[in-house]
Ligand binder design. Sequence first.
Ligand SMILES: Nc1ncnc2c1ncn2[C@@H]1O[C@H](COP(=O)(O)OP(=O)(O)OP(=O)(O)O)[C@@H](O)[C@H]1O
Length: 260
Amino acid sequence: MAENAKYALELRALRKSFGKTEIIRGVDLAVRAGERVAIIGPNGAGKSTLFNLISGRFAPTSGEVLLHGARIEGKKPFEINRMGLSRSFQITNIFPKLSVFENLRCGVLWSMGYRYTFLRFLSRLDDANERAQQLMEMIKLDKKRDVLAINLTYAEQRALEIGITIAGGASVILLDEPTAGMSVSETTRFIALIKEVTEGRTLLTVEHDMGVVFGLADRIAVVVYGEVLAFDTPDAVRANERVQEAYLGSAVADAQAQGH
Ligand SMILES: Nc1ncnc2c1ncn2[C@@H]1O[C@H](COP(=O)(O)OP(=O)(O)OP(=O)(O)O)[C@@H](O)[C@H]1O
């Protein structure tokens, strides 16, 4: 890792084609450490594909992805994870039949690489228990310590998922639509929680809900048809006429129609 890297995450001239169709068409994006960035854009614009390129699910057709200055494009998701980038999925990846505490401890142990030897596992168990306890308090589920994940509310499950995502101490966190499916009041609380638990880390989120985007992001990247149309502060993006035309006008109107 290049410790003095200027950016936590950088995309350079990134391209991705599926067959003959180019979906990501030359994306440059530089995210500073500690920044919270939301990626927005119309359906099919390529937001998820970008996330898949960053997290290693897809290799780019060309271009570079740098994590703290180190090239990661083409590496496997678990390798990228070990280098400090963690992604939480839209579909919950918790263990439903394990308790809150056990889920978090699994996340911690996995990130410690416990699986190599049993002795190493035992020597690290105390550390893992302590860290799982801290995480549980951070995501405000300490009163539900022994409740099975399957019996949590949906919003609590999403909080647990974020706890697992940050369990390994990743410095760059990717969240796919973190508040999808939540009520308005749950969403408001959840934005506050996300801000708290990602304090000091770099956050990238793909999000459709403009309330969440404007409540959470320091900067917004607007992706339209595989290109970054704008990358700026919420106020500047809101005032950007090209963004208004291409996307935001209709997205804001939709959000208002849905009562957000
Ligand atoms: N594995 C794949 N093979 C072929 N085409 C793909 C693949 N993954 C995505 N695509 C295509 O790439 C385009 C962009 O998809 P992507 O899911 O990245 O968009 P998105 O901006 O995340 O959309 P949404 O907001 O609807 O989730 C779509 O036309 C999609 O059909």
